[in-house]
Design a binder for this molecule. Structure first.
Ligand SMILES: [Zn+2]
Length: 103
């Protein structure tokens, strides 16, 4: 079995993580590799810098915790078919071939 085949066996729940520098999302239904609607919630610590008039800018932001709530394909709307696959340099797909639901 190839690395691509192994990567495609991941469960749907694995799409609820942000891919690392070796992986990416792919819609198994239509083949989309590049467009997703991601709903996530973050807990952050921010350094707010206010000027004397009270207007603020955020100079630093540290993400303390982050949860991906959903990943939806922007092309076909599938919410339960997004999978994590390898990036091309690690054996994953390099183009958007049709998924099992067509292009
Ligand atoms: Zn899709």
């Amino acid at each position: 079995m190839t690395a691509v085949g192994i990567a495609r066996l991941v469960s749907v729940a694995d799409s609820l993580v942000i891919p690392d520098d070796r992986s990416r999302w792919r819609c198994a239904h239509c083949g989309n590799l590049t467009r997703f609607d991601v709903v996530r919630s973050s807990r952050v610590r921010e350094f707010w810098h206010l000027d004397m008039a009270g207007a603020s800018t955020i100079d630093e932001r540290e993400v303390l915790a982050e949860t991906v709530e959903s990943v939806t394909c922007r092309w076909c709307g599938a919410a339960d078919r997004v999978e994590v696959v390898s990036r091309p340099e690690f054996g994953g797909p390099s183009d958007e071939g049709p998924g099992d639901g067509g292009p």
